[in-house]
Design a protein around this ligand. Structure first.
Ligand SMILES: *Cc1c(COP(=O)(O)O)cnc(C)c1O
Length: 389
């Protein structure tokens, strides 16, 4: 793993926060419910490998990702724990899943017919996905489930090791739709025998709010990263979450400009007086989107305003006074008593916290902290370069 980067913009991932969040959930749901740590999308932008390792050490026993590629990447980085792919996998790639000992999700009989042709002798482990109201992936009724079960029970190529569903509204105050989905799930799983397999329906919101409704596993995503599944339930969380994600940069240029000076593309910002303007080496190609213009960042423990349009690789900030080049600037995270939370950035963008950490691109290196010291750095840019030469 590469331990260097040459630009002063980075994500800090506090692995102790991840440990806290996993342990708190484990304590909340009890020893008999397993934690499936959801590390899709590079661990919601935090770094899948380090988050996976941390979650497993903290009490998670299974990992989940969205796509087979993500699962293979984890295997290639040395993760041996069970991995479940939540999304659809091409039937023709079932042999790869077997080779890497990865569990796939099945949701149609046609997929099984097709997959069968690509399996030589070994067995593929499968979790059945039921669609109880999410309308995304899943078997939708008892008849289809029965024919799927009949097909697999007659074949040694398929082993059903789990069955699950996903809620559309577990993070909302109104529980009617959630309860309907839960009832439908009960009905469907009761129509088949499900002893000795994993049965799971809960995401973070369900785990936090309804620890008694989880069957024997919970799929823990957003709250493992220390973020609330929604603003609606943020005030009724059963334990405190610790945010793991911070986005940092540094002033790379500082100048005093006279009143009337224009800043950035379109010359849309004009200095209202003689002003100190700082330049930050982060832009929309890093996921710091153009619509974040005029938003606040932290410098010298204070909130200050971004000015002018955000460029692809840089943006400008209005400083309260002269500050030296190299001064740390926090775009997400804390400086002393000030904090810009992921939720605050989500609100500015009119989106959800999930999207904010995912949108910070792989151009930004991730630095992993334990006990306030750096234990690892991941920088796909330089890692790939090294491999190619
Ligand atoms: C992403 C995902 C999760 C995790 O949900 P959170 O709200 O982040 O806890 C759980 N289950 C499925 C099927 C998912 O796709």
């Amino acid at each position: 793993m590469q331990h260097e980067f040459y630009r002063d913009t980075w994500v800090e991932v506090n692995l102790d926060a991840i440990t806290h969040n996993v342990k708190a959930m484990k304590h909340h749901i009890g020893e008999n419910v397993e934690i499936i740590a959801v590390v899709k999308a590079n661990g919601y932008g935090h770094g899948a490998y380090q988050v996976a390792k941390t979650a497993l050490d903290a009490g998670a026993s299974i990992l989940a990702v969205a796509f087979l590629d993500e699962a293979i990447a984890l295997r290639n980085s040395g993760i041996h724990a069970p991995i479940l792919v939540l999304g659809a996998t091409r039937a023709e790639n079932v042999d790869l899943a077997i080779k890497y000992n990865i569990t796939l999700t099945v949701f149609s009989l046609e997929w099984l017919y097709e997959a069968k042709q690509y399996i030589q002798k070994d067995t593929i482990n499968l979790h059945i996905k039921l669609d109880t109201g999410m309308g995304r992936l899943g078997v939708r009724n008892a008849e289809d489930l029965a024919s799927l079960m009949t097909f697999v029970s007659g074949s040694s190529l398929f082993a059903i090791t789990g069955i699950y569903t996903h809620f559309a509204t577990a993070d909302e105050i109104d529980l009617q739709y959630f309860n309907n989905q839960y009832e439908k799930f009960l009905e469907l799983i009761d129509s088949i025998s499900h002893e000795n397999i994993l049965v799971h329906c809960g995401n973070s919101a369900t785990g936090l709010r309804f620890p008694g409704k989880l069957f024997n596993a919970v799929r823990l995503g957003i709250s493992m990263y220390g973020l609330s599944p929604s603003l609606e339930i943020k005030n009724e969380l059963p334990y405190s979450l610790q945010e793991a994600f911070a986005l940092q940069t540094k002033l790379v240029h500082v100048k005093k400009v006279p009143k009337g000076t224009k800043v950035s593309y379109g010359a849309t910002y004009e200095a209202r007086e003689d002003e100190w303007i700082g330049t930050l080496p982060i832009g929309y190609a890093d996921g710091w989107l153009r619509s974040l213009k005029s938003s606040e960042v932290l410098v010298d423990d204070k909130r200050v305003e971004l000015v002018g349009r955000i460029c692809m690789d840089q943006c400008m900030v209005k400083l309260p006074y002269k500050l030296p080049v190299g001064t740390k600037v926090t775009l997400i995270g804390k400086q002393n008593n000030e904090q810009i939370s992921v939720d605050e950035v989500a609100e500015r963008l009119d989106t959800i916290n999930y999207e904010v950490t995912c949108m910070i691109t792989s151009r930004v290196p991730r630095m992993f902290y334990r006990n306030k010291s750096i234990i690892d750095v991941s920088n796909p840019l330089l890692t790939n370069m090294t491999r190619e030469c």
